[in-house]
Design a protein around this ligand. Structure first.
Ligand SMILES: *Cc1c(COP(=O)(O)O)cnc(C)c1O
Length: 342
């Protein structure tokens, strides 16, 4: 049996040999005592890329997002985000559980909304309404099909938030995919936000970890929240070393994943059964089945043909390209998709 080609997520990658070597040789200490030089190096490095003062290394992107929400809000405040947001759909209801905050969902297009939509969602200063406290953007937007916020739209929305006294957080789990697509300088993007969450374990190929970045003062408060959530770690420099390696070596190659997603999209377009293919800008490809009744069995059909995907609805599916997919596998997968009969 040949190995299936695994497009379930860009999180399934294994560390490369050289990444593992960087991990093995990391200098470590107890990070709860502030004694892990490799964690400190990663935090400074991630922050500096975006022109921020400080960073905080965490076990997951869910934790960096949840810490940011807790940091910026008080109970009963409102968080404004798109209806497709990861913080809303995929963090277990953490906004309510961790921060006791209320949520306003915006009706964007693939996760991207306009300044006018945002401004219309800000509550007036009236005791009936929750206080609009935090804006969260997601770039790229996972459920939107890896869509990228255009620079101008992002700046307009974030400037409007600043003017309204609303804090701005970016769920940048795949922010380097977004920056690759627009060729924007990270410091320029950084200016739009108070805090940014970056995942090292997605397209960048590290086994574990995310970094929250922002002002030194915010990161000091964030560190307290990380501790109460149980996210303070000890010799985490072994993991941070993988993150440093990923930032140094795995950003420039992201464009290759994006090209591979386009090849898969092209193959899907040539089938008789795929529809509503969201044109991939980055490494995520979302599509649906014309015959909705086949949705139930589709993942099994794919698997029997040697392709792994995940479902994103009853007849909607997601393929993600990543570091562990070779050019041969892409060619093979395109051939398989075109040959599937449904
Ligand atoms: C993966 C992801 C996260 C964080 O997920 P973890 O699995 O907790 O690291 C956050 N936001 C988006 C958009 C994601 O895709």
């Amino acid at each position: 049996m040949i190995q299936p080609i695994d497009f379930r997520s860009d999180t399934i990658t294994r560390p490369t040999k050289t990444m593992l070597e960087a991990m093995f040789s990391a200098e470590v200490g107890d990070d709860v005592f502030n004694e892990d030089p490799t964690v400190q190096k990663l935090e400074k490095k991630a922050a500096a890329i975006f022109g921020k003062e400080a960073g905080l290394f965490c076990p997951s992107g869910t934790m960096t997002n949840q810490i940011a929400i807790k940091l910026h809000t008080q109970p009963a405040d409102e968080v404004i985000c798109d209806k497709l947001s990861h913080i809303y759909h995929y963090e277990g209801g953490g906004i309510a559980f961790n921060s006791a905050a209320s949520v306003r969902l915006l009706d964007g297009i693939n996760g991207v909304f306009t300044k006018d939509q945002f401004i219309a969602s800000i509550n007036p200063d009236d005791i009936h309404h929750p206080i609009s406290r935090l804006l969260v953007l997601e770039n790229t937007c996972n459920k939107g099909g890896g869509t990228v916020w255009p620079d101008e739209m992002m700046k307009d929305v974030c400037d409007a938030a600043l003017e309204a006294g609303i804090k701005r957080h970016l769920d940048g789990a795949r922010v380097f995919n977004a920056l690759t697509y627009t060729a924007t300088k990270p410091e320029q993007l950084g200016k739009n936000f108070d805090t940014i969450s970056i995942c090292l374990s997605k397209g960048l190929g590290a086994p574990v970890g995310s970094v929250l970045i922002g002002s030194a003062n915010d990161m000091k408060k964030a560190k307290r929240i990380r501790k109460l959530l149980g996210g303070a770690m000890r010799q985490s420099g072994y993991l941070a070393a993988a993150g440093i390696y990923a930032l140094d070596n795995h950003i420039e190659r992201l464009n290759h994943d994006h090209q591979n997603a386009q090849l898969l999209a092209q193959a899907l377009k040539e089938t008789s059964w795929a529809c509503d293919i969201i044109e991939p800008q980055t490494n995520i490809l979302i599509f649906s089945l014309k015959d909705r009744s086949k949705g139930k069995d589709f993942l099994t059909i794919l698997k029997n043909h040697g392709i792994l995907a995940v479902s994103f609805g009853p007849y909607t599916f997601r393929l993600v390209t990543h570091l562990d997919i070779s050019d041969e596998q892409i060619a093979q997968a395109c051939k398989i998709l075109k040959n599937i009969v449904i």
